[in-house]
Design a binder for this molecule. Sequence first.
Ligand SMILES: Cc1ncc(C[n+]2csc(CCOP(=O)(O)OP(=O)(O)O)c2C)c(N)n1
Ligand SMILES: [Mg+2]
Length: 568
Amino acid sequence: MTMHAAIAPGITPNTARTGARLLVAALEAQGVKMVFGVPGESYLPVLDALHDSGIRFITCRQEGGAAIMAEAQGKLTGRPGICFVTRGPGATNASAGIHIAQQDATPMILFVGQVARDMRQRCAFQEVDYSAVFGSMTKWALEIDNPARIPELVSRAFRVACQGRPGPVVIALPEDMLAELADVADAAITPTVEAFPDPAAIDDLARRLAAAERPLAILGGSGWTAEAAAAFANFAEAHHIPLAVEFRRQMLVSGMSEAYAGDLGFGANPALLARVKQSDLVLLLGGTMGEVPSQGYELLGIPNPGVPLVHVHPGAEELGRVYQAALSIQANPRAFVTAALPTLAHAVPGPRAVWREAARAAYRAWTDDVPANPGPVQMAEVVAALRALPSDSVMCNGAGNYAIWLHRFHRYQAYGTQLAPTSGSMGYGLPAAVSAKLHQPDRTIVALAGDGCFLMHGQEFATAVQHGAAIVAVVIDNGMYGTIRMHQEREFPGRVLGTQLYSPDFAALARAYGGVGFTVEKAGEFQAAFDAAMASGRPALVHVRLDPEAITPTSTLSGIRAKALAGS
Ligand SMILES: Cc1ncc(C[n+]2csc(CCOP(=O)(O)OP(=O)(O)O)c2C)c(N)n1
Ligand SMILES: [Mg+2]
């Protein structure tokens, strides 16, 4: 933990700045306004430089939560979310957020303090080889050895995080480097270069769309904007193209759109899956049809998809990686919509209103009504309250069976209203909600979590209180890690181990943190508790006790066990 500010020969002390000051200047040059982190002695000079900047430092309680907040910021803004953590345990704690950013293709940069340069390779205190640890989870993992290269390398990191298939970058900062002086100019803001589609490919697609009787588009990935998503939905409505979305990408199409046909998540609508197979032109726009949307790589053939596939994706490496498309277009979703819609919109819409209407009707039949569940509190009440919120309200969630109700029955209505990890990382919802509220204080931000999910990053409720982020957390408490119990009952019926939970009084916990808390145990109580939570204007939590039998919208725990026992 040495710190020495050596001035290299030829450098004027007047204009020389420390590595830490150069770093903060580099962030300011990129327009960064807010960063998330947990402090560490390894990067004290950065904290000191931030002291004199206009950048807001959001102090978090655990690096996993801090990294998730930065990732959520990247999802909401399209620019890299920034996180600062200390070396060793700080960095490994942050890995949840890095992995989420990788799987969700979210731009993000994690800065990590590092041991002094002359101590490396000795297993110094909290030393980690970041390239080795994060190399396979990031687009780039680097260590900056020379403060004079900070403007160059930080500006490149912003490009790497955003260009092509977006993703995370990790930058290690040796602590003595942060204190060293260098005389170097700041880099300018890095405009992101988007891949635009080849005009010939657009014409080819226009011909294919005009000839298709049963076209269907599947939207996914990142690199969208609200305008691009809305423009594409308008086009699809006018041209009778049903729109599906990949896992946890409901916000790409309004649930109210007459083109929206549903999502390809866990437990997808069988009618939608059948429709994908019946389609004579599948336009995969921005996504990759990974394991979840492809239903375990079963929906489309590999490498021959079995249906005529047009794949639009910003990353050249994604095109042809799994599926051999009939037409591959390397383009960012926003750029594709901007460049292709004028041409595509001129094509006469095919006589396929019936096809689109059938897709819409199948979606409505699957999602309009929430089935009654065992026990007094009804998930239908929760869904009704969420549906009644302003259309720009943001829903945040992690992983667990509680999310099935949200994903299937809630009507996401606009881009930017969904924060959910395709990596299925539990605990995402609360920190993501805090991040969203700090970004958009005027919006209603709801974190939906299970009793398991909430306590993965529940301490970030303290962050919400400290920084005045008035989110509403809804904790669906069924006394277990429900998803795993469900699989356990299917595969090892009656042999319950490791999946039961004894949880705290969540409402009291919220109050202990300095927020407000409500408990819902009876039918008809939810709406009033939820309203009171929102009206409080403070970080709030509604603790919902759900009957453990209510394991999915359409099955019970004992029913799953009985079926497994009968089959064994
Ligand atoms: C970080 C992480 N750890 C473990 C898992 C495996 N896992 C998936 S869902 C789940 C249970 C979720 O429990 P809870 O939040 O209570 O929701 P429920 O299924 O009971 O509704 C677990 C343990 C995971 N997805 N992510
Ligand atoms: Mg649970």
